[in-house]
Ligand binder design. Structure first.
Ligand code: HEC
Length: 103
């Protein structure tokens, strides 16, 4: 019993450990270029990850963006309505489509 108590005490130790000094977490802000649909995009695509996941894809076709939005909704269960999804695909195509200028 005593051994068990000691063991439990040891296991709990890390719970009380303090972090020494400053813990710096990089705070990177990814841009969301202003265009029609930017609010819908920001409201729906930052729930689970940063916009970096999107900007890092580079310029892509409308089909590519459609597939990504579908993947977020179907595979990852992102609660995005049909209407918002359509607006977001149009937005992504306008700012990160193949015809968009590199930002
Ligand atoms: C419900 C959570 C959730 C939401 C909301 C969400 N994503 Fe994702 N997204 C994920 C997950 C999970 C991954 C995969 C992460 C990994 O593989 O490490 C991901 C990855 C990505 C990637 C990387 C490429 C890939 O195929 O994995 C892109 C691009 C992307 N998301 C775009 C979007 C866009 C655009 C939106 C808004 C329409 C969005 N995400 C909203 C969960 C989400």
């Amino acid at each position: 019993m005593k051994k068990l108590l000691i063991l439990l005490g040891l296991l709990a130790l890390p719970l009380f450990a303090q972090i020494e000094g400053d813990l710096a977490v990089p705070d990177i802000e990814y841009p969301a270029p202003k265009a029609k649909g930017v609010n819908t995009y920001q409201a729906n695509c930052m729930m689970c990850h940063s916009l970096g996941y999107i900007t890092n894809q580079g310029l892509q076709s409308k089909e590519f963006w459609q597939e990504k939005v579908d993947k977020m909704r179907n595979a990852f269960k992102a609660p995005i309505t049909d209407r918002d999804a359509k607006e977001i695909v149009a937005y992504l195509n306008s700012v990160y489509g193949l015809k968009a200028k590199k930002k």
